[in-house]
Design a protein around this ligand. Structure first.
Ligand code: GSH
Length: 150
């Protein structure tokens, strides 16, 4: 029987998607909690340098992307299907948008807010600084500040 090992941290939205797929397919999984920001000394040797979350480990293979992980789980356990309308292309296309432009816009607003810890998030203080460095090529939160309601 395949042993699935999720590498993730609490509050990681991408990782929750993979968890939902395990739930839909009634599959057991194991969990390794990784740091939410660098350094990640136990993850990088496994992935060959990939630092993002989530990572799915199956035997000697590491799947370093949410959609790739979902596709591999679905390949190994086709039923129940994730695509009752028999149209996986639409689901994966929407996923690409959600993980790409939508996520970037959301993170930019979140990190640009005066209180990035609004709500009940329990992320460490160094999290926003780490993400700003990581995502800096995609957005700059400073010009956003004056546009956000106080
Ligand atoms: N293409 C990846 C993107 C994953 C991703 O960007 N994860 C966010 C989670 S907050 C991130 O910035 N991770 C950086 C990290 O975990 O160090 C996927 O869909 O799994």
């Amino acid at each position: 029987m395949t042993q699935f090992i999720r590498h993730h941290y609490d509050d990681a939205p991408f990782a929750e998607k993979v968890c939902s797929v395990f739930g839909i397919k009634q599959l057991a999984w194991r969990s390794v909690i990784q740091p939410s920001a660098m350094p990640k000394p136990n993850l990088l040797p496994l992935t060959g340098g990939y630092r993002r979350t989530p990572v799915l480990e199956i035997g000697a293979d590491s799947f370093c992307d949410t959609q790739l992980s979902v596709a591999e789980i679905a390949r190994r356990q086709p039923l129940p299907t994730l695509f009752p309308d028999a149209n996986p292309g639409l689901g994966y296309a929407l996923g690409s948008w959600a993980h790409g432009p939508y996520a970037v816009g959301t993170v930019a607003i979140y990190l640009g807010a005066d209180d990035p810890y609004a709500g009940d998030l329990s992320l460490p203080q160094h999290f926003p600084d780490d993400r700003k460095k990581l995502w800096l090529t995609q957005f700059d939160t400073d010009p956003l500040k004056p546009r956000l309601a106080g």
